[in-house]
Design a protein around this ligand. Structure first.
Ligand code: AMP
Ligand code: MG
Length: 406
């Protein structure tokens, strides 16, 4: 048996990020930037006002004998327009936030620090002296022309999109979103809309994995259920080979009908591992043709947990992310874990913050067929290998499934 970490390392070493493509800016959200972004202009592109107020010469704001300065108002500059006139000594212009500062002015005073006669707006009284540069956003203060604003490998979130828009990047080079084929296997599996028949169960994994793959940032395609025959699997795999990654569930343990391994051996290469973990001991990884294939166990809980530990990091690597794994944190396990298992146990739990520490409560019966143990779980409490139990109130590490990767 190999450790979870060893299996993760081996799998991740076998794949590379996908090639870059150019997409419209709005489609780049959630993807990884595949180029450095160098600003072609200063930002702000011109000196502009940070306030609604008056543009003026700071020397003209000096009081004389304690009396406020009076300036002649020669016009108004709205955002989006450039003043034709310049500010001369003894004059000011009304200016709106974001409007270009007119020639001759070296400061803006906010409207609240001025007084004007409502019946005669051609004069303004300046109630406070201001220094040069007051309320002026200098050109290039945010970004200088030639500056690298974003680096290759950055994840593009809403804030990065905003900056990319600012610098005029209507299209960006990103790592392509992987297309992932999802294959369920088993003669017992029927589709979700069908009534149950003797010996049959509904396809839970196909739908679960489709949603999980989408949440990981890839584009899933559910290819349906392969029968437990070599022909059926070959047929589904021939379709699956059009994708960047194939994820199967079931058919990888040691039973007579565990055919996924057989087809992988026939059409590609296979690494089959017993992983020192519970749930989800049997796992296959390899290729069908040139396409990487991750063979998850069939039990829905095992499929879900192994997807989080192996499938999601694989997809993130294909997407070009550098942060691949969920963070771990120390938690106090309120109710403890009494089931003993020689393998490392990933116990579904809900972790909450309470008085500055993290407290976990497990989600009940932890059998790998108990699908409801996944509900309300946002973490996996890790009970180390070697048949240990956790007494109520003991601490353990937990893998936080709803915290961003680090
Ligand atoms: P297997 O690995 O094929 O032996 O499957 C292990 C267990 O998982 C069996 O009880 C299967 O019925 C169950 N199983 C396999 N595939 C699915 C699926 N797509 N949805 C729900 N249960 C499944
Ligand atoms: Mg099966």
């Amino acid at each position: 048996m190999i450790s979870v970490e060893e299996a993760q390392e081996r799998m991740l070493a076998a794949i590379q990020p996908l090639p870059a493509i150019t997409v419209a800016l709005a489609e780049a959200a959630g993807l990884v930037l595949a180029e450095d972004i160098i600003a072609q202009e200063d930002l702000p592109p011109f000196a502009n006002s940070a306030m609604d107020g008056y543009a003026l010469r700071s020397v003209d704001t000096r009081m004389e004998n304690g009396r406020p300065a009076r300036l002649r108002v020669i016009g108004t500059i709205a955002a989006g327009y450039v003043a034709e006139q310049a500010i001369e000594p003894g004059t000011a212009m009304r200016i709106m936030t974001g409007a270009p500062v007119p020639r001759g002015a070296d400061a803006v005073i906010q409207i609240e620090l001025t007084r004007s006669d409502p019946s005669d707006s051609s004069w303004v009284e300046i109630l406070q002296e201001v220094a040069p540069g007051n309320n002026i956003r200098a050109a290039g203060e945010d970004i200088r022309r030639g500056q690298r604003v974003l680096s290759q490998g950055s994840e593009i979130g809403p804030w990065e999109i905003g900056v990319l828009a600012t610098v005029g990047q209507a299209r960006v080079k990103v790592i392509r979103r992987p297309r992932v084929a999802i294959v369920s296997t088993g003669d017992e599996i029927i589709d979700v809309g069908e009534p149950l028949q003797p010996g049959k169960i509904r396809n839970s994994n196909g739908y679960l994995l489709e949603a999980a793959v989408r949440r990981a940032g890839a584009e899933p395609q559910r290819l349906g259920v392969a029968r437990d025959t070599e022909e059926s699997l070959r047929q589904v795999f021939s379709q699956a080979m059009q994708h960047d990654l194939i994820i199967t569930s079931g058919g990888v343990s040691v039973g007579e009908f565990d055919l996924v391994k057989r087809i992988m051996n026939e059409q590609g290469v296979i690494d089959f591992w017993q992983i020192n973990m519970r749930p989800g001991k049997p796992l296959a990884f390899g290729r069908i043709g040139q396409v990487p294939l991750l063979g998850l166990p069939g039990n829905p809980v095992s499929a879900a947990v192994t997807f989080e530990l192996f499938g999601r990091p694989l997809i993130r690597k294909l997407l070009g992310h550098r942060r691949l794994h969920r963070p771990q944190v120390e938690v106090t396990v309120e109710d403890g874990v009494s089931e003993r298992t020689p393998r490392r146990h990933y116990v579904r739990a809900h972790v909450r913050r309470e008085q500055g520490r993290f407290v976990a409560r497990t989600t009940g019966h932890q059998g790998s067929h108990i699908t409801t143990s996944l509900l309300n779980a946002n973490a996996l409490v890790i009970v180390p290998e070697g048949g240990k139990i956790l007494k109520p109130g003991e601490t353990a590490q937990a893998l936080m499934l709803d915290w961003p990767e680090e």
